[in-house]
Design a protein around this ligand. Structure first.
Ligand SMILES: NC(=O)c1ccc[n+]([C@@H]2O[C@H](COP(=O)([O-])OP(=O)(O)OC[C@H]3O[C@@H](n4cnc5c(N)ncnc54)[C@H](O)[C@@H]3O)[C@@H](O)[C@H]2O)c1
Length: 255
């Protein structure tokens, strides 16, 4: 039996690089999964893949920065599923922008997606988790919320605030709902490559990134999601308010 058998999970940013892995892994562990993303591109094919493999998966398009759309999604899940056991707040945006070039719109978008959306999702879905045994929320933050990276202020500020949101929610929602955060390091995804590709010398930037990772490689989405699965499962039943780094050791280095 899978670690998440009998659970129903909501996964945000479901069509992104990590979101797809999360949907698949949660399904493989026995969860029924509702995936959501602002885009619909590839949603039908992805849903078909999971459903044909025998998994209980459905996709809903929603802009999670909009409280109206989040509340509509929660209402849909309440009607069709009745409850949610696990929320995986994974949707996020990152740009490469020096502070003095960051526009109002870019700043607002970072806050909207990386911070407001997890708040709106938490607010809307907590009522669907009340009374469930072993309910939990996992927020995907970043090592960028712990350390400073040039051209990443907008991102770091939102991811740092998400860590406070995690701890405040863990305290307030105990003992019914556990709330934890994962801080991935450099994960082999389009988001990480966009950072590398934006530098003047991408090959040198990649070497520099790798040289700062004691385990000597970028992370794989599965490295992050494996922890997400564990946090959503009952083996983590005494873990709440935790901020767990998955970065191959890169935040250990002095430089
Ligand atoms: N890739 C990395 O190296 C890395 C490192 C640290 C943290 N993270 C975090 O991991 C999470 C997943 O990132 P990823 O690498 O899969 O990136 P990704 O860009 O592939 O996925 C992010 C997803 O979020 C969705 N999204 C954006 N705005 C949205 C909105 N308003 N409403 C709903 N969905 C929206 C996007 O459409 C996309 O599918 C993010 O929170 C990111 O900040 C990534």
């Amino acid at each position: 039996m899978g670690a998440l058998a009998g659970k129903t999970a909501l996964i945000t940013g479901a069509l992104g690089d990590q979101g797809r892995t999360a949907c698949r892994r949660f399904c493989e562990e026995g969860a029924a999964v509702v995936g959501t993303d602002i885009t619909q591109e590839g949603a039908a094919k992805f849903t078909d893949e999971l459903v044909s493999a025998g998994f209980d998966f459905e996709f809903h398009q929603a802009d999670l920065g909009s409280s109206t759309q989040v509340d509509a999604l929660a209402n849909h899940v309440r009607i069709t599923r009745g409850h949610i056991d696990s929320v995986y707040n994974n949707a996020g945006v990152m740009m490469v922008k020096p502070i003095h070039e960051t526009t109002d719109e870019e700043w607002q978008r970072a806050i909207r997606v990386n911070l407001t959306a997890p708040f709106l999702v938490t607010r809307a879905f907590v009522p669907l988790m009340k009374g469930r045994t072993g309910a939990s929320i996992c927020n995907v933050s970043s090592i960028g919320g712990i350390r400073v990276y040039p051209t990443q202020m907008h991102y770091g500020v939102t991811k740092a605030a998400l860590l406070h949101l995690t701890k405040a929610a863990a305290y307030e929602l105990a003992p019914d709902i556990r709330v934890n955060a994962i801080c991935p390091g450099v994960i082999d995804t389009q988001m990480a490559w966009s950072y590398v590709d934006a530098s003047p010398d991408p090959a040198a930037a990649m070497e520099s990134l790798k040289s700062n990772i004691p385990l000597g490689r970028m992370g794989d989405p599965a490295d992050v999601i494996n922890l997400g699965v564990w946090l959503a499962g009952d083996q983590a039943s005494y873990v709440t308010g935790a901020v767990i780094i998955v970065d191959g050791g890169s935040t250990l280095a002095a430089k």
